[in-house]
Design a binder for this molecule. Structure first.
Ligand code: GDP
Ligand code: MG
Length: 754
């Protein structure tokens, strides 16, 4: 089968084209670095099937980051039959820089001029024929998004793939042309593939090349000695300069822009959205709006209306529960809460149905318990949150796809550079709101190893979709028990707290174990566009599949284990929960959590929180499903308990049963947010961490979560302890500064006498 590779700058539309060609649904994001691994599919609409590989975005073939390495290695070692170079026409000159390098390979190249729809809208024009003539390869205008020009492109690709092509270089006009010619001939004589490409890279002094061809490097060195030009032998700079010169000289004519560029809508929006001072406050407001839409119980505050007597209390239970889906005593619920209530309603109906079915079938008591509480209880706990969390994702995806999230990375760069973070690192962190696993993979786009490690450690602090139900359940329970507390505000505050912890711990690492320069952050801002319904739906569908799959595999399995341990004694007899295996284990480790407020002070069932946190290490949804599995048994032991049928959720049930304070519940949530993430995320971080360093990351997570949750519990419970905390922090900072001074004195930089 013919195999073609899609290569181009980040954000030029490769993945969009890949999806259009192969009908697949790979993630498309309106910021650079969404595809960090190669991906394969097949184009079937032509005369013959063609294999298509989507490569990570690259600016050049001189790799600095692991993802650039993936692209280069693929192109050189698995030589495709044709390279399709996606060029973003709205950034023609910068994109052609990579094109000039791809042309040096001995592989057929076809250039796809993407985003022509944007160009047309602006009234600009790019002369494809002129470009084709200059470059010596076919150039076809397309719009990957609108799927225009795809068929013609693939016809040209097929035709090109049937012929051989020898590399060409725009450097033929530069002062290095003789050197490159000589080295090419030498390499070709040795049977090296892509001799021209290697010759150019060798002249640039590209590290892997110098190692691979020491003999030819001597020719380069000799040439360098007799070279007298402005670049003082810095051939890398000379070559880059030559490429750009060529591009401006030959292609500016192909691009006829409207004279006197007028300010676009994007520019005007950016003047406000990326404002030096207002940028971050605006982001916080936008974020709060999202949380209000998703978690607000009193989305529209109509308390007065209810007081007047709008409160519907009919004798009909079903009708009452139905009304409760849309209204709370405070007003109209937010769309997210309505979705949650609906799903919760459906789940409880389904649960009743299952329970009736099982008992009608005459199942044994243990089997009924296993099915109703062990299996359905755990699954329902996760399922009931799915619509609400998907709604949160929908809103976040709209921000991402519109191009706004890229601006957030940009404004955070300006603000957080001092703390040792570049805005580039914020992109994977913000992706962490979805799931830590792809976010951690995305850190391959960071050039610096230390920055990668630091980023990977704090990505889990950006509350992911699996932790969101914990926040929603805990904050909802607190709001329902304490008047004047808003669930949405509380959820929002916890999200912000996680982000703040990420920044603070990075700053701390940057000052201590991870010293280093912050890499410069260069990113062109993608233009805003209306979010595409299709790509949003694809995104949500992926998430939904992921959740449902997890609910019916990992969550069911863990719930069954928890149910078993909480219903059986060490002698395999079925017993009440207070004699169970889980009770013994829980009571044994409970004291560990005393400083965080959910340990020994909670009495005999306080261990549910420890157990939930431990099951959360497998998957964070387990924290909630464990509550759902255990709440009925524990609630039943409380005098006056009406077995949770009154619409009181499992978290409230456990609050009543254990007497846990809201302060301790918040500490519990913070602990879960900051501790070792789920198994999948931890394994991914391990894979992306240099050998032997992962144990430090584990220690970092454990220490940070334990200490922070303790501080949160103590300060919230006894407000004056905040002064002790501040004093401790001040002492710690002072010690750090002193240590820094000492180190500086030894090196003599500060001029102090030792
Ligand atoms: P990649 O990084 O090269 O894989 O780029 P993506 O495929 O992820 O696309 C980056 C952004 O450009 C996304 O927001 C796409 O929706 C958008 N995009 C891709 N192709 C086109 C196009 O032809 N026209 C317009 N207007 N936008 C496009
Ligand atoms: Mg991509």
């Amino acid at each position: 089968m013919i195999k073609i590779a899609l290569a181009g700058n980040p954000n030029s539309g490769k993945t969009t084209l890949f999806n259009a060609l192969t009908g697949s649904t790979a993630h498309v994001g309106n910021w650079p670095g969404v595809t960090v691994d190669k991906r394969e599919g097949t184009y079937k609409k032509g005369s013959v099937p063609i294999g298509v590989v989507d490569l990570p975005g690259i600016y050049s073939l001189s790799p600095y980051t692991p993802e650039e390495m993936i692209a280069r290695t693929y192109l050189l070692e698995e030589t495709p039959d044709c390279i399709v170079n996606i060029v973003d026409v709205t950034n023609l000159e910068r994109n052609l820089y990579l094109t000039t390098q791809l042309l040096e390979l001995d592989v057929p190249v076809v250039v796809a001029l993407n985003m022509t729809d944007v160009l047309k809208k602006r009234g600009d024009f790019v002369d494809a024929e002129k470009l084709a003539k200059e470059l010596g390869v076919p150039v076809l205008p397309i719009s990957a998004l609108r799927e225009e020009g795809i068929r013609e492109l693939m016809q040209a690709v097929y035709k090109a793939s049937q012929k051989k092509r020898a590399g060409t270089s725009v450097l033929a006009e530069s002062s290095l042309s003789h050197l490159i010619g000589d080295v090419t001939i030498a390499l070709r004589g040795k049977g090296v593939e892509h001799p021209l490409f290697h010759a150019v890279k060798l002249a640039e002094g590209d590290e892997p090349e110098v190692k691979a061809h020491p003999q030819e490097m001597q020719t380069v060195e000799a040439f360098k000695k007799q070279c007298t030009d402005d670049f003082e032998g810095d051939f890398e700079a000379l070559i880059a300069d030559a490429r750009y010169r060529y591009i401006t000289a030959h292609f500016s004519a192909a691009q006829r822009a409207q004279s006197g560029k007028k300010q676009t809508g994007s520019d005007r929006a950016d003047r406000i959205l990326t404002h030096r001072i207002w940028g971050i406050p605006i982001f916080l407001v936008v974020l709060f709006a999202i949380f209000h839409f998703t978690f607000g119980e009193d989305f529209l505050y109509l308390n007065a209306m209810f007081k007047i007597g709008f409160d519907v209390e009919t004798g009909n239970d079903i009708l009452n529960s139905f009304v409760a889906v849309f209204f709370s005593s405070a007003g109209v619920s937010s769309p997210g809460v309505i979705l949650f209530n609906l799903m919760d309603f459906v789940c409880s109906l389904a649960g009743d149905g299952i329970a009736n079915g099982v008992s009608a079938a005459g199942a044994a008591a243990w089997a009924q318990g296993l099915i109703n509480e062990g299996i359905w209880g755990g699954v329902a706990g996760v399922l009931s949150f799915i619509p609400q969390i998907l709604f949160l994702f929908l809103l976040l995806s709209i921000l991402e796809d519109s191009g706004y999230m890229a601006r957030v990375a940009f404004i955070s760069d300006r603000a957080f550079r001092k703390f040792g973070l570049s805005g580039r690192a914020f992109i994977p962190m913000i992706m962490g709101f979805g799931c830590s696993v792809p976010a951690v993979i995305n850190t391959r786009t960071l050039a610096d190893e230390k920055e990668r490690t630091m980023t990977n450690r704090v990505i889990p602090f950006f509350t992911c979709g699996a932790k969101a139900p914990i926040l929603a359940a805990v904050c909802g329970a607190i709001a329902s028990r304490y008047a004047g507390v808003n669930a949405d505000l509380l959820v929002f505050a916890l999200y912000l707290f996680g982000m703040a912890m990420a920044v603070l711990t990075v700053a701390l690492m940057h000052q201590t174990t991870m010293k280093g320069e912050v890499a410069p952050f260069i990113m062109e801002l993608p233009s805003y566009h209306l979010p595409q319904l299709r790509s949003l739906m694809v995104h949500l569908w992926d998430k939904l599949k992921h959740y449902v799959k997890k609910a019916f595999t990992i969550i069911v399995a863990s719930s069954v284990v928890i149910w078993f341990l909480s219903n059986f004694a060490w002698n395999w007899q079925m017993v009440p929960i207070q004699e169970s295996i889980l009770y013994d284990i829980g009571a044994f480790v409970q004291w560990l959590c005393t400083p965080m407020g959910f340990g020994s002070q909670l009495g005999r069932f306080g261990w549910v929180f420890v157990v939930a946190a431990v099951t959360g290490l497998i998957a964070k949804e387990n924290v909630i499903s464990t509550f759902y599995v255990l709440a009925p048994a524990i609630g039943a032991l409380i005098p006056g308990w009406d077995d949770g049928e009154s619409g009181i959720g499992p978290v409230v049930a456990l609050m009543e049963a254990t007497g846990i304070t809201w302060q301790a519940l918040i500490a519990f949530t913070v602990f879960n947010m900051l501790t070792i993430p789920c198994f999948a995320a931890a394994a991914t971080v391990r894979g992306e961490t240099p050998k032997g360093k992962f144990r430090y990351t584990l220690a970092f997570w454990m220490l940070t979560s334990y200490l922070t949750a303790t501080a949160v519990y103590v300060v919230l419970s006894w407000w004056w302890t905040v002064f002790i905390l501040l004093a401790l922090i001040a002492l710690f900072v002072a010690l750090l500064v002193l240590r820094g001074r000492r180190a500086a004195c030894r090196c003599g930089r500060c001029g102090a006498k030792n």
